[in-house]
Write a protein that binds this ligand. Sequence first.
Ligand SMILES: NC(=O)C1=CN([C@@H]2O[C@H](COP(=O)(O)OP(=O)(O)OC[C@H]3O[C@@H](n4cnc5c(N)ncnc54)[C@H](OP(=O)(O)O)[C@@H]3O)[C@@H](O)[C@H]2O)[C@@H](O)CC1
Ligand SMILES: [K+]
Length: 227
Amino acid sequence: MTQLVTANEMQQIDQYTIDVIGMPQDVLIERAAMAVVDVIGAGHFDLNHVLVLAGLGNNGADGVAIARLLYAQGINVSLQFVGNVNRAKDSVKRQLSIIEAYGVVRSEKSDFNEATLIIDAIFGVGLNNDLPEGLQKMIKAANHIEKPVIAVDMPTGIDATTGEVRGAALKAHTTVTFGFKKVGLTKRVGGYLSGDTIVKDVGMLVPEDFEFSLPLSQSATHESEAI
Ligand SMILES: NC(=O)C1=CN([C@@H]2O[C@H](COP(=O)(O)OP(=O)(O)OC[C@H]3O[C@@H](n4cnc5c(N)ncnc54)[C@H](OP(=O)(O)O)[C@@H]3O)[C@@H](O)[C@H]2O)[C@@H](O)CC1
Ligand SMILES: [K+]
């Protein structure tokens, strides 16, 4: 039995945990990154060349932290930004200044062909529009070569509430989603493109009087089991 949430409900819980409980955002980002690295470690993925695709919001911040953790384990990882870094959120810029001290290579072009595993940290629950044309093209090309993809929180391009594709969506082998299972991962194309979905606890707290709008789902899911 799992509690399903909409994008908005997840964002309210995020904000409450940070603003009311006082949990630093960078702690949540670090725990999210560690959760994804746990899943990578427990999986049977080819880690010869991991390519992290990072966007400009907190989903991207998760991605930069994941790249740092993998690099610190001696894994061959490259980081590619999707979008204009100058427009990135502060959380991403903080992660960037940290990772630069570790010496991680930032690749400009998307070296999909060499990658043996792709970490999709472009957009998460903050997706609020159709993807830009260029990104849609890149995603369709990536889907075509069928590289294994681990989606961070949501497959990029899937609306976390409706499960619809916003122009294009990166098909994931596995989706590691934080806190609660987003209802978009169970509906329409979102249910298909998200692959195996694992819910990981990153320390979010739900307000006492919080009213979930969705019923508990029967769907089996991996709770945040220790791996
Ligand atoms: N909050 C927390 O504490 C934690 C959050 N966590 C992580 O954060 C993720 C949510 O982060 P997020 O709200 O920054 O949104 P995200 O999905 O990164 O999008 C980035 C920005 O892109 C923009 N944008 C949207 N759609 C667009 C489009 N079609 N085309 C172009 N641009 C578009 C939009 O910016 P705007 O347009 O609103 O200025 C948006 O802000 C969540 O999924 C999880 O991974 C975890 O670390 C746990 C702790
Ligand atoms: K993502």
